[in-house]
Design a protein around this ligand. Sequence first.
Ligand code: HEM
Length: 81
Amino acid sequence: TSVLPIYTQEEVAKHCSPAKGVWVTYKGGVYDITDFVALHPGGDKILLAAGGPLEPFWALYAVHNQEHVQEILSEYKVGEL
Ligand code: HEM
């Protein structure tokens, strides 16, 4: 198993658009979801979280509180906070 790099919130915040790349954080993990944006069943709403934490949005949209959604997210992990 390999150790993923540590990123700061500031570094994550730079990745806030499809052009700059779309990164989000969740429970201490950092995810590069650029390639998932176009696949998201909820459409462009996903960009509201770009560059920051998913938690406030997933608290509102409980559809994400399912194992299969967590599995999708885990595929995009690039680091830790
Ligand atoms: C639905 C993944 C971020 C809003 C879904 C579904 C998946 C998904 C797999 C379908 C779930 C199902 O029906 O079983 C993700 C992932 C995200 C993300 C991996 C981040 C990496 C967001 C954000 C928002 C959002 C930030 C809102 C600001 C929605 C909405 C739906 C949805 C509204 C329901 C769409 C519908 O059924 O019409 N998402 N999502 N998602 N997502 Fe996300």
